[in-house]
Design a protein around this ligand. Structure first.
Ligand code: ADP
Ligand code: ZN
Length: 207
């Protein structure tokens, strides 16, 4: 089974992705995480991606598609993939259709005025991949799950977030119609508590 998680920046894709991939036998592939890993390791891909990401722009389509195509050809993706943050453009979706059959697209809906607040307060843990919000954990620098150091993503500042949301509206939102027309779209109210959203997603996948 292959699933796509669709939603604006800050809509909770990463949080739900962890839950979905442990419930179903699907490998969680986050293009944002792969880019950040490459940036951390100073690879040529990372050097290219960093310029786009820091400005809140999308990385080039061809580069992103090639990266995903390579990643899902590995053994750990054989049983199915949960795509998180991919596709983000119609071009990417059309390319994806050529190498994977998408069974279900989960579209997380969150009112746009809430997205900025969610992202600016977001703290991430590189060690366990967890994300947390300062509303719940305060200003601690220690990951509540694994005890390692928390950090704030460089692109999680107000100015870059506004740009990312604008890019989402323009380039990624058309995917909602794209998948609706294919009959695989499931709309989920993402303005709820985490467990309720997950229950709704499970219902959507199993409908
Ligand atoms: P969020 O969903 O919180 O905005 P991600 O971690 O998914 O964050 O992505 C961070 C950044 O990585 C994006 O703003 C973009 O620059 C780049 N990126 C991630 N996925 C893609 C993609 N499919 N196509 C192009 N760029 C991408
Ligand atoms: Zn952690």
């Amino acid at each position: 089974m292959n699933i796509v998680l669709l939603g604006a920046p800050g809509s909770g894709k990463g949080t739900q992705a962890t839950r979905i991939s442990s419930r179903y036998d699907v490998k969680h592939i986050s293009t944002g995480d792969i880019f950040r890993e490459n940036i951390k390791n100073g690879t040529p891909l990372g050097v290219t991606a960093k310029g786009y990401i820091d400005q809140g722009h999308l990385c080039p389509d061809e580069l992103t598609v090639a990266m995903v195509k390579e990643r899902i050809s590995r053994d750990d993706c054989a049983k199915g993939v949960l795509f998180d943050g991919f596709p983000r453009t119609i071009f990417q979706a059309q390319e994806l259709d050529k190498f994977a059959k998408i069974d279900c697209v989960i579209n997380l809906n969150v009112p746009s005025e809430k997205l900025i607040r969610r992202i600016v307060g977001r703290r991430s843990c590189l060690a366990c991949g967890g994300t947390f919000h300062t509303d719940f954990i305060g200003e601690t620098k220690t990951c509540p799950t694994c005890g390692q150091e928390l950090y704030q993503r460089k692109d999680d500042n107000e100015e870059t977030v506004k740009e990312r949301i604008a890019v989402y509206e323009e380039q990624t939102k058309p995917l909602v119609n794209y998948y609706e027309e294919k009959g695989v779209l499931v709309n989920i109210d993402g303005d709820n508590d985490i467990e309720k959203i997950f229950t709704d997603i499970v219902k959507g996948i199993e409908r």
